[in-house]
Design a protein around this ligand. Structure first.
Ligand SMILES: O=C(O)c1ccccc1NCC(=O)[C@H](O)[C@H](O)COP(=O)(O)O
Length: 283
């Protein structure tokens, strides 16, 4: 039993409980009443050079309690005011202490694209994300067989949302691309040991073509870390702990955004090589 499989099992058990209350048909009906999903790729590109995805995260398996977040809506508004391009909402209940109610609250508070961050391995969870107003859905390569990954990416895209497909290695990044990902995240956190190694991004990013948005996830503690990820070719960074622990989340986001727009980046930023995959993904 690994940390990831434990998290997936818990998410599936919680989903089974919700399925008893809300049928898939009910979810689809609720999704139909939502405004169309926002274009997260456009939002991430427009916010460049480096977009900031700001996360609402109360707790984590690696750190335990992080922050009392009484109002996810207020925190989302502070993130938006600070210049975030997207908001990430952890909806996993057991270890991260999030919920779909958090997603509903944040949806009502912001017009930014919202990522549903959870351990998503079943189509029901994808429809649930849309029904609660999500625009992006996290899919973790390590948790999914390739055929299942591909079909979930297709389902996410067919509902007008964007899949953020998360990789921890070059092989997983290639699997994400083969599954049709338009946004690939490289997570610095090893899900077997919880070790955070930001250098992981630089070792993987060159397999992600320019036409695909590359997101550096985890381990950003300062504006300097944003700058370093940007220099390595990140199009976006996903930041949780550093923002929820900061007493002034609006200014904290603004500092990260400013770092991503630093003038020195124009000359020092690595441009990812264009490959045949670029052609495929820009069609
Ligand atoms: O954060 C954890 O401890 C964790 C453990 C196991 C699976 C996922 C986990 N985190 C999810 C994330 O990917 C992060 O919340 C996200 O990248 C932000 O990271 P950070 O800025 O380091 O809080």
């Amino acid at each position: 039993m690994t940390i990831l499989s434990d998290l997936v099992d818990g998410a599936l058990a919680d989903m089974a409980r919700r399925q008893e209350q809300v049928s898939l048909d009910d979810l689809k009906e609720r999704a139909r009443r939502q405004p169309s999903a926002r274009d997260a790729v456009a939002a991430l590109r427009a916010a460049g050079p480096v977009a900031v995805i700001s996360e609402i995260k109360r707790a984590s398996p690696s750190k335990g309690h992080l922050a009392d977040i009484a109002s996810p809506a207020q925190l989302a508004s502070a993130y938006e005011a600070g210049g975030a391009a997207c908001i990430s909402v952890l909806t996993e209940e057991r270890q991260f202490h999030g919920s779909l109610a958090d997603l509903d609250e944040v949806r009502a508070a912001t017009s930014l694209p919202i990522l549903r961050k959870d351990f998503i391995v079943h189509p029901y969870q994808v429809h649930e994300a849309r029904a609660h107003g999500a625009d992006l859905v996290l899919l973790i390569v390590a948790a999914l067989e390739q055929t299942v990954l591909t079909s979930l990416v297709e389902r996410v895209h067919s509902l007008g949302m964007t899949a953020l497909v998360e990789a921890h290695s070059r092989l997983e990044a290639l699997r994400a691309l083969d599954a049709g990902a338009r946004v690939v995240g490289v997570n610095a956190r090893d899900l077997t040991t919880f070790t955070v190694d930001r250098a992981n991004f630089a070792q993987i990013v060159d397999v992600i073509p320019e036409g695909v948005v590359a997101v550096a996830e985890s381990g950003v503690r300062s504006a300097q870390d944003v700058l370093a990820y940007a220099q390595d070719g990140a199009d976006a960074v996903l930041i949780g702990e550093a923002l929820v622990r900061d007493g002034n989340p609006r200014d904290a986001v603004a500092q990260m955004v400013a770092a991503g727009a630093h003038p020195t980046l124009a000359s020092s930023r690595k441009v990812r090589v264009r490959s045949a995959r670029d052609h495929h993904h820009s069609r």
